[in-house]
Design a binder for this molecule. Structure first.
Ligand SMILES: Nc1ncnc2c1ncn2[C@@H]1O[C@H](COP(=O)(O)OP(=O)(O)OP(=O)(O)O)[C@@H](O)[C@H]1O
Length: 298
């Protein structure tokens, strides 16, 4: 559990990036921080591993104030993945993944064996281990970044727009992968994005920020979509533009399924027709608000 108690950050130039932020991140959940540029998401994330020191308030991990922990040890105990994978260009993939374990005294043979296993965990062919980062695609590099963050077997994984720089298809693959990994490995994941679709897709809990690290709303994706707390949230999630309002198409789908379309008539996904939401509805007879564009998974 990560607890923020009235945490503030004022930078030396006077910018108040975060103003008395209080929030609790439960263990073993994937929590997404989402908001437009400059609202303080990255600053909050980096205060968790003390890459940035708060100027006010307290952050506790499992009840312990992190200000009392050794900053370097704390940082090495928390996984961190950022937009540019940050891999060391002149080190092979296996060396990149094993960097922190080697620094913390894990014998080389074990660190390398673990690294190969981790490449497999994140869906990479261990045969890539002897390549250099530049010999991998952007998506593969991000997977290596995730493997490297997992190499210390952290309880907490911080992810700062990790998929921002990869193309949409690879991004979708990586999103699926991170959901799988979080469930499988049982980590607490704090994920930063400015993309509301990504937030709703990944988050068990989503926190929508306004400037200054102010929480505009927090809750499950369903709660936020069903009841936006303010005009700001409604606009941010696109609800007021009817962006997510889906209707049942009159184009027949396969047996037991209904084709959903958005307000422009574009296909948005399939819904099983025995879903209680749709009981008694016929084509175009009512519209439903869908959680994300992922209705195809329904
Ligand atoms: N080192 C710094 N010195 C001064 N101001 C800073 C510094 N780092 C960040 N800021 C400011 O603090 C505010 C919050 O920045 P932060 O990077 O946390 O926002 P963000 O929500 O992560 O934005 P983005 O999505 O663009 O990364 C911004 O106004 C930013 O300009």
């Amino acid at each position: 559990m990560i607890e923020f108690r009235e945490v503030s950050k004022q930078f030396p130039d006077g910018t108040l990036a975060v103003d008395k932020f209080s929030f609790t991140i439960p263990s073993r959940r994937l929590v997404v921080f989402v908001g437009s540029s400059g609202c303080g998401k990255t600053t909050i994330l980096r205060m968790i591993n003390r890459m940035i020191e708060p100027t006010g308030g307290q952050i506790l991990i499992d009840g312990e104030d992190i200000a009392d922990r050794d900053a370097v040890k704390l940082r090495r105990s928390i996984g961190y993945v950022m937009q540019q994978s940050g891999l060391l260009p002149h080190r092979k993939i296996v060396e990149n993944v094993a960097t922190v374990p080697l620094l913390t005294g894990v014998p080389k043979k074990k660190a390398y064996a673990d690294a190969l296993e981790l490449l497999n965990t994140v869906g990479l062919d261990p045969a890539l281990a002897n390549r250099y980062p530049a010999q991998l695609s952007g998506g593969q590099q991000q997977r290596v970044g995730v493997a490297r963050a997992l190499a210390i077997d952290p309880n907490i994984l911080l992810m700062d727009e990790p998929f921002g720089a990869v193309d949409p298809l690879v991004r979708a693959e990586l999103q699926t992968e991170i959901t799988r990994l979080q469930k499988e490995l049982d980590k607490t994941v704090v994920f930063v994005t400015h993309d509301i679709d990504e937030a709703f897709l990944l988050g068990d809990q989503v926190v929508i920020f306004e400037k200054g690290g102010i929480i505009a709303q927090q809750g499950t994706p369903d709660e936020i979509l069903a009841r936006p707390a303010s005009d700001f949230v409604a606009e941010f999630i696109g609800a007021d533009r009817g962006k997510r309002r889906l209707s049942v198409s009159d184009v027949p789908a396969r047996d037991g399924e209904l084709l959903l379309v958005d307000q422009y008539g574009h296909p948005a996904g399939l819904l099983e027709s025995n879903d209680p939401l749709l009981a008694g509805t016929g084509p175009k007879s009512r519209s439903v608000s869908n959680k994300t564009d992922q209705a195809g998974d329904a």
